[in-house]
Ligand binder design. Structure first.
Ligand SMILES: [Fe+2]
Length: 414
């Protein structure tokens, strides 16, 4: 029988084993598979590993750790170290993280008109999930970021961007949910509208793309890429929907926008599922923005030392965030590292949005997100005469953009 000390060690090994299984699931979901079958087979394999580990745990409790030998003993030691040392260190490090310098965040609930919120639930598969008590999937928030971009041309100071990601349009929602979010975003009168993929989740909702996204316009244009889920619901039809909505598809290429204050370059990539973006062909510009469905290319793109802003989605913030621990299931090769929020490496600031929808629309401590970003030039801050229409809003409280709706409850970070 296991001694008390062995019990303590076994608990740590069990926690560490769970951490390693979650890590494997997260990394496997970042590998660029487009097929449901490969994904399902892998998950079934991991399920078998989970069942086998239960059996091993029962046996281990009988013989104690001293009875473990060979590879099983080595794995048990590794799992114990992960559970008792690795997880606490990572957790403390995540809790102590601070937002990047030069960034201010304000988060407010979107003032959705529908009451009760169940009026936004459709009748498609997954609609029962939306009815679960405590599910935040129908409680979107507006996250507003004011970002100092070191090399931003003076004339682009105040440029405002609406960033949308991971809508996962599907009939489990009533289409009015998305239309209302788009109308509220349009009321903020952005300069640019940027969408980073996973637009649809159901074949029946491909026809929603144009009427939903088409409600939102940017003064300087609208740009989009697709995400891994879009490849599962007719990539060509999704791209046609993006074009019909009036958006420029920048997947795998760069597009330039000429303004009186200088050129803006917008590039896009849906790698590893779709086309990648390379430095070759990167235009000269005063401001370069990259749309990437997954945040995984961030370290590589940051090394270019040429991109000012990178916008991503895919990770949904983990959807379920446990107090203290935070996210758990995050489909990234870096696992939970870039689950949501803002990260800076050198010149490049990356924002990872939590997304608006989800394949499995269950969210807890992780509400859907619409993002407004106002870029600030350190040279021009406080001066007039810039192209960006968000200049005044950046100087004033950001939520002032919703004139007539009053001040909402707000959370200020950074
Ligand atoms: Fe997604």
């Amino acid at each position: 029988m296991a001694t008390p000390v062995a019990w303590i060690w076994l608990i740590g090994a069990g926690v560490g084993h769970l951490c390693l299984v979650v890590l494997a699931v997260n990394v496997l979901h970042s590998l660029g598979w487009r097929s449901h079958w490969i994904e399902s087979a892998t998950l079934a394999g991991l399920g078998l590993v989970g069942l086998a580990s239960l059996g091993i745990a029962v046996w281990a409790l009988g013989v104690g750790p001293e009875g473990w030998g060979g590879p099983l003993g080595a794995y048990g030691a590794l799992a114990g170290v992960v559970g008792w040392v690795g997880l606490p260190i990572v957790t403390v490090w995540r809790l102590c993280r601070r937002p990047p310098v030069g960034l201010r965040r304000v988060s407010v609930p979107l003032p959705m008109a529908g009451e009760p919120r169940s009026c936004y639930i459709g009748d498609g598969p997954g609609s029962r999930i939306l009815r679960l008590p405590g599910n935040q999937s129908l409680e979107p928030r507006l996250d507003e970021l004011s970002v100092v971009v070191e090399r931003l041309p003076r004339g682009l100071d105040g440029l405002s961007i609406i960033h949308l990601t991971d809508l996962h349009l599907a009939p489990c929602y009533d289409r009015r949910f998305f239309e209302e979010v788009m109308d509220l975003a349009a009321g903020l009168e952005p300069d640019l509208v940027l969408v980073t993929g996973d637009i649809v989740e159901h074949d029946d909702a491909v026809s929603w793309i144009a009427p939903v996204l088409g409600r939102l316009r940017g003064r300087l244009g609208q740009y989009a890429i697709v995400g891994n889920h879009d490849f599962r619901h007719g990539e060509a039809a999704v791209r046609r929907g993006i074009a019909a909505a009036g958006y420029v598809d920048v997947d795998g290429l760069w597009h330039t926008i000429e303004t009186p204050a200088g050129r803006i370059a917008v590039g896009g990539t849906s790698a590893p599922w779709g086309p990648d973006l390379t430095r070759q062909g990167m235009p000269k510009a005063g401001l370069r923005i990259v749309l990437s469905h997954s945040p995984d290319p961030f370290p590589r793109i940051a090394r270019w030392n040429a991109v000012d802003l990178m916008l991503c989605g895919h990770n949904h913030g983990g959807q379920i965030r446990v107090p203290v621990l935070g996210s758990i299931l995050v489909p990234s090769r870096y696992s939970r590292r870039f689950d949501q929020g803002q990260f800076r490496r050198g010149r490049t600031l990356m924002h990872v949005g939590r997304g608006l929808g989800a394949k499995h629309p269950l969210r807890w401590n992780c509400p859907p997100e619409l993002t407004r970003i106002v870029l600030r030039s350190p040279v021009a801050m406080g001066s007039a005469g810039s192209v960006g229409s968000g200049h005044a809003a950046a100087a004033e409280p950001l939520w002032a953009g919703y004139g007539g709706r009053g001040l909402w409850p707000r959370t200020v970070f950074g």
